[in-house]
Design a protein around this ligand. Structure first.
Ligand SMILES: Cc1ncc(COP(=O)(O)O)c(C=O)c1O
Length: 381
């Protein structure tokens, strides 16, 4: 559940124009979360998966404080480079020839995460000289919100295909550094995530043996940070990994993790102002400026995102001691940010603050529908 609204966020909320729909980002929170990952996984390379939140201030913090940025499109690649990232990884299931040609002329260190044999031919044709990691779909599906491996998904290659791709890449003269094994998103189970890491390392070592010198194992993102507030226990993860990562590091294998959600979730707040309250068919409603076209995650996942009521100058009706459903300004009954949360009072002019919203919040939203004005984007420091 949400705690109190932090003072500097409350100040930013108070400064918004009315009626407000706004995203508020605090890059210092991002950097603190990065510190927690570094403390749990010392000597690992931490890339930020910018798909979680591409706000320029967050990307700038990642460029400055993380080891690099994981990009999933040509657009993200260009944004990461112009933000000053020292290094990038390039993923994505349907890269175009132009994407791969851009990788070939990238002038900062880059590793391409290869999804299939077609990309190998395109990389060779583009004259790409950097390292590659082959993305593999293997192992068991992990608990989390999006299972990407251990299930039929469009991502990566089955084990035999990945091993055939190693041979193909070597024949083409490409520099095979290792494997990419992103498996899941929002995994809150530290023991299961540790199993994934240990299994990925062991499989990579065995699969590279006799084929190429293993230098790179990327276990992907997926460190859990649930929008309702739970986070994966990083200490438990570190303990379950024990000294195994150290043995790989000592053998010259770079270990890479590329979290998005864990770093960005707590660094973003969505704010929506109540423009009306009413009761229909026995249900109390708060109707806000904004909604799921600015913050799609609750509708995409079908959960009730907790919120705090920041009382504004109330300009109209007030409901007291009710379980209220918070809906947006779209003419669809699916525009629901929270299907029912008990509040002591809520009224027109109040601002609802949704914490832990920074990951996959604005980025996955469909703001063209109905032509409403977009949200304000605010950065605090
Ligand atoms: C290849 C890849 N890496 C990293 C991530 C980041 O995952 P998360 O935000 O769950 O850490 C994703 C998310 O979809 C991904 O597809």
């Amino acid at each position: 559940m949400n705690g109190p609204v932090p003072a500097k966020v409350a100040a930013a909320v108070a400064a918004l124009d009315s009626p407000s729909s706004a995203w508020i980002y605090d890059p210092a929170v991002f950097t603190a979360r990065l510190g927690a990952v570094r403390a749990a996984l010392p000597d690992w390379t931490v890339l930020y998966a910018m798909k979680a939140c591409a706000n320029p201030a967050i990307v700038a913090a990642a460029a400055r404080d993380a080891d690099g940025i994981e990009c999933a499109s040509g657009g993200e690649l260009a944004a990461a480079i112009s933000a000053g990232a020292g290094r990038v990884a390039f993923s994505g299931p349907a890269k175009t020839p132009a994407d791969l040609a851009a990788a070939a002329i990238c002038d900062i260190p880059l590793c391409v995460h290869v999804e299939g044999p077609r990309e190998l031919d395109l990389l060779a044709a583009a004259g790409y000289k950097g390292p590659i990691a082959l993305r593999v779909n293997r192992g068991r599906a992990l608990p989390g919100s999006h299972q990407m491996t251990g299930a039929p998904t469009p991502f990566g290659m089955d084990e035999p295909a990945a091993l055939a791709a190693v041979e193909q890449a070597l024949r083409l003269g490409l520099d095979v550094a290792g494997f990419h094994l992103h498996a899941v998103s929002n995994c809150l189970d530290a023991a299961a995530y540790a199993d994934h890491v240990l299994d990925a390392l062991d499989w990579s070592r065995r699969s590279a043996a006799g084929r190429f010198d293993l230098r790179y194992v990327n276990v992907g993102g997926g460190l859990g940070a649930d929008p309702r507030g739970d986070v994966i226990d990083l200490d438990a993860l570190a303990e379950a990994l024990g000294d195994v990562p150290g043995r790989y590091l000592a053998a010259g294998v770079e270990l890479v993790v590329e979290p998005g959600r864990y770093l960005a979730a707590a660094a973003g707040w969505y704010v929506a102002e109540v423009v009306d309250v009413k009761t229909v068919a026995g249900q109390a409603f708060a109707l806000v400026r904004g909604g799921t076209h600015h913050f799609r995650l609750p509708a995409a996942w079908g959960y009730a995102h907790p919120f705090q009521v920041v009382q504004g100058p109330r300009t109209g009706a007030v409901l007291s001691d009710v379980e209220v459903r918070v809906c947006g300004e779209l003419c669809t009954p699916r525009d629901v940010l929270n299907g029912g949360q008990r509040v002591s009072s809520i009224g027109t002019g109040d601002r609802l603050v949704f914490a832990n919203a920074g990951a996959y919040g604005w980025e996955i939203s469909h703001d063209r529908f109905l032509g409403h004005r977009g949200p304000d984007l605010v950065v605090i420091d």
